[in-house]
Design a protein. Structure first.
Ligand SMILES: [Zn+2]
Length: 358
């Protein structure tokens, strides 16, 4: 009944913009121009409810800004919201839009106290930083949404497969600027979803070899929903992103929200990799055998020394070349300093046997 409620913006774009400024407010359901409603599910969490659901169209979670300085996905989210406000897109399937970490977006940093995207299990999230609190909030919202909307999902057709797309940008250069990370969990990605991903401009897929407590892993492992971490180019400041290469990604998001089939292209456009091993920093005396700023998916030939550790000794590439992803020599002792991957066949990246690690 107070003025704040009456004067609150009535546009989805304003609601998400406020969340990105860490100034979320409560709001009553709002009607969208093209049909459908927006429901307040908490700070930075907005549910889209179709007025006329498209039959069999599966639900989607679209999240961005889990790392606060990764802004291109936030700009994609605002464009989507603007199209919904103007009636250019009609909501046809249940959708949850998430602005991941408002405080770190305002601070223009990856995180405030600890990496939010390592906290998505109930056990880990019991800690007391603001990231731990946000992880609990987001898991609660995801639990409620999938409890209502996961449905059976056919596992065959992209349009009837529930999806969680957690959008990021990478810190470093990449030989494949846009790639998907497929978390390890007991659920297969339908081939038609890979074809959509190829049409959306993704260039590579990295299938994980072990569980990792990321946001997309949470949807896969706990809710058995097909989910990915999408790396969509490089980190840039808000407003400084070139969104042209993400136009077909935006089309995919619009198709999901409207409950329509997204474009598909042949799988040849995607290169599939599987993690075969990881480099761990065992001792203080640790170095990588390459420059710190090496591009993701850089290949190293058999015989090359890719790490030296005071206790573990040298790591030499054996059997076949490896591709290095997410390298970082400056991690704590016992932590992962890089992932080592190898190409696998397109048909079943999760099921393909891993070559022996280097
Ligand atoms: Zn990220």
């Amino acid at each position: 009944m107070d003025d704040e409620t009456r004067c609150s913006p009535r546009r989805l774009r304003d609601i998400l913009s406020a969340a990105m400024a860490d100034r979320s407010f409560r709001y009553e359901p709002i009607e969208l121009a093209g049909g459908g409603r927006v429901i307040d599910r908490g700070p930075g969490i907005a549910e889209l409810v179709p007025a006329a659901p498209v039959p069999d169209a599966a639900a989607t979670i679209i999240s961005a800004g889990i790392h606060g300085n990764e802004t291109a996905p936030l700009e994609l989210l605002l464009h989507l919201a603007g199209d919904l406000d103007d009636g250019g897109i009609t909501v046809g399937a249940p959708t949850l839009l998430i602005v991941g970490h408002p405080a770190s977006i305002v601070a223009e940093t990856r995180y405030i106290e600890t990496n939010l995207n390592r906290l998505f299990t109930r056990e880990v999230a019991a800690g007391n930083t603001r990231e731990h609190a946000r992880a609990r909030e987001l898991m609660d919202a995801v639990d409620a949404f999938w409890a209502a909307h996961a449905g059976p999902g056919t596992g065959e057709d992209q349009r009837t497969t529930p999806l969680h797309l957690d959008m990021h940008t990478a810190i470093r250069e990449s030989r494949y600027p846009r790639f998907a990370v497929e978390p390890l969990a007991d659920i297969e990605t339908p081939a038609s979803v890979w074809r959509v991903m190829a049409a959306a401009g993704l260039q590579a897929v990295l299938s994980q070899h072990a569980p990792s407590p990321t946001f997309s892993h949470y949807s896969r492992a706990v809710h058995h929903v097909v989910a990915f971490t999408l790396e969509l180019g490089r980190v840039a400041r808000f407003g400084g992103n070139d969104l042209a290469p993400l136009a077909s990604m935006a089309d995919w998001l619009a198709a999901r929200v409207s409950g329509q089939p997204a474009a598909e292209t042949p799988l040849e456009a995607l290169t599939f990799f599987r993690v075969v091993d990881e480099l761990c920093r065992v001792s203080e005396d640790f170095s990588l055998g390459f420059d710190d700023d090496v591009a993701n998916f850089t290949a190293f030939e058999v015989g090359v020394v890719i790490a030296r550790d005071g206790e573990a000794g040298e790591t030499v590439v054996a059997d076949a070349p490896v591709y290095v992803v997410f390298p970082n020599a400056h991690v704590e002792r016992g932590a992962r300093a890089a992932l080592l991957a190898r190409p696998v066949s397109a048909s079943s990246p999760q099921a393909s046997g891993a070559p022996s690690g280097g």
